[in-house]
Design a protein around this ligand. Sequence first.
Ligand code: UD1
Length: 347
Amino acid sequence: MNKKGRVLVTGAAGYIGSHTMVELINAGYSVVGVDNFSNSSPQMIKGVEEITSTKVPFIEADCSSKEDFARIFEAYPDIEAAIHFAAFKAVGESVLQPIRYFENNIRSLLYLTELMTSKGKRANIVFSSSCTVYGEPDPENLPISEEAPVKPATSPYGRTKQMCEEILRDCVRAYPELKVTALRYFNPIGAHPSALIGEMPNGVPQNLVPFITQTAAGIRSELKIFGNDYDTPDGTCIRDYIYVCDLAKAHVSAVDRMLYCEECPKYDIFNLGTGRGLSVLELVNTFMEATGVDLPFSYAPRREGDIVKVWAKPDKANSILKWSADTPVDQVLKYAWNWEKRIREIE
Ligand code: UD1
């Protein structure tokens, strides 16, 4: 018997969504997942079911269609909290197709907020945001805390994250029953230890770790490291790579807090990172050491729009959410490789 309430997870078949489904179920929550599989696969829901040995309540629906979205609330009137992952997330694509990005990402958030606040009950929303809202941090602001200024977005994707945060801030002021937690992720990587769920990018991966694992699997001929003349110790960019299962657990903490802490702020923001910056080259070397795979790579020109260095000050999440991201990065890269090997049927 589940003792905790029901949590709606939009984008439940996605990368972070599927890992969060697992952690919610493990923590004793009832869930309902929703996804339209526009950038994900039903295989991930099967993976969640296999890992948790439960039949996962799931509805295939498009969150940017109000009618579709409303069906979920009709079928599950006991939803107490929602975690909103469903969104387009490719930076380059968003530059080429801004209307599509605004339409999808903003609409789904508006419908979710409307549906959550029209139930006449308490409404709790966790919003999936990004460290992209900080832009290129001023060096004196590193590691970056939640107080650092939000800088003008460098892509429509980043702007949707900023706009959604602002929309939610206004809604919290307007609707007394609404509480919101915005979680600003740094760079999520890795896969579940079971290798039953993980990251599955469409086409050529834009993000570093899936490109590395696909190169290791022989699908890509070599990794191009974008820029080795940055103002960093080895010349490559620095990021805060956070294990996706650690990240998923922070969502459980955020939901717990919203549901069970009466005096907590109605709107809150947390950085979710490890607090440690790693360069691209360090990450590549760690992958080779951890997996024993010799990864072919070369240096290429800088990628337009890349930030030089950013890593989190996760103290607020550590103390208030009582959460920290502790899984060592070599272990995380092994999990990423195990996942790639499983889906490519290597070994
Ligand atoms: C990007 C987005 C961020 C988004 C995140 C997840 C920007 C500025 N940021 O983060 O908003 O939330 O993706 O989708 O676009 N790299 C290589 N070779 C590759 C791929 C990446 O050298 O083939 C380098 C990049 O230059 C960067 C680092 O690896 O320095 C990490 O890149 P990536 O995984 O794409 O994440 P971000 O750009 O940090």
